[in-house]
Design a protein around this ligand. Sequence first.
Ligand code: ADP
Ligand code: ZN
Ligand code: MG
Length: 453
Amino acid sequence: MTEQFPTPVIGMEIHVELKTKSKMFCGCKNDPFGADAPNTHTCPVCLGLPGALPVPNRKAVEWTIRLALALNCSISMESKFDRKHYSYPDLPKGYQISQYDQPIGHDGYLEIGEGEKRSKIRIRRVHLEEDTGKLSHKEIDGENVSLIDFNRSSVPLVEIVTEPDMRSAEEAKEFGKKLHRIVRYSDVSDADMEKGSMRLEANVSVSEHTEITEDNLPPYKVELKNINSFRFMALAADYEIKRQREARARGEKIPQETRGWGEAKKATRLQRVKEDAQEYRYFPDPDLPPMRFKEEMVASIKKSLPPMPDTYAAQFVAAGASYESADILTDDMATAQLVAEALPLVSDGKIFINWFLRNRDTNAALSAADLAKRFADEKGSKVTDEAVIIEWVKTVVDENQNVVAEFKAGKESVLMFLVGKVQKLAAGKADAQVVMRLLRSQIDQYTRSSVAR
Ligand code: ADP
Ligand code: ZN
Ligand code: MG
């Protein structure tokens, strides 16, 4: 079955709520999770009352440009808002203000993986829209009711759409995590997956081709929605890939549908069948004039971006860290920044990074200078004095003649064993390079003197 449809095809759509002070088109407080009670941060605009006029939130527009730039996008210097029509109780106006043909950002990318597996996931668009109200279904006094909270209505929401460039559930998860990091580094959203300030949707299909191009994409896709962790997303995508491979191998046609993840059954389950492509009747919102951005404005937003996780990771790998260590150190920006600042202050970057990771809990609270000092105190008071080290080396060579013989017989790997013995005598403070050099020359001399005897 795997042979018949070897290639999973995954594209993602991600929504991110911006953490601006006020909402997208009104002055209401943007605080959907912190409000004391439902429907407290509302006004005629975000309740969609007739005649209320939206005024765009400048910060939200700037932050969308910021995020788009962090994702290597081009910026549409002329952009506008469009109305996207559909009918649902959480959308009081009957349309959502969104962007159609002039998204603020387009044609970016994000890189995932390392070495041979490094790949670019293309970002098709980054656009700005408004969030909807929040529906909840409850039982009150024995009656099933649906409740709506408009505190979330018209919260600024950025949608990021990728090309279908991911080829496994693992890649989709990696993409999600990397994007999550970039959003947090950009400092435009809490990006909390559990609360829902960052929401992922994965579109999944399987193909009979090994190379996927624009022209041979599977003629369908299944949308995985309402998944609130990267782990569940990977599980759902894996399940879906298997389910689709089996169904297609049986010759079944896979319907265009939306599925969710059922953790209890560890399976995806149908939520909604998408009959025809929905007709949203997009048109420019006549209440909102088109936007035109100045080159200088975009340039200054670009300049204000901090280095992204990959930039730090490359720096750490260059200093001798493993890809895994670099990955851990770049998970949050404060840690990455701290380590990057301390690196030039320490004697050995690689040892420093490993030491930092072992003592991360206590180290993270320090300034770069204090951190470098602590490292020097604990580790950096490295013994480099050869007159001192040679005494340890002589002792070790004398006491480990069998091992020395193995080394002489050509077994290079036992040298590290001897280095370890020296470090034990030195309480780990001997300079490893010096130890190795002295061990070699001592063994060499030892050999010659024993022959002479
Ligand atoms: P629609 O017009 O149905 O919204 P789009 O072409 O806009 O479809 O794509 C929506 C999302 O689905 C994008 O993230 C895209 O990468 C992804 N996608 C498109 N075609 C496929 C496919 N055959 N398999 C998996 N994902 C796909
Ligand atoms: Zn409002
Ligand atoms: Mg679409």
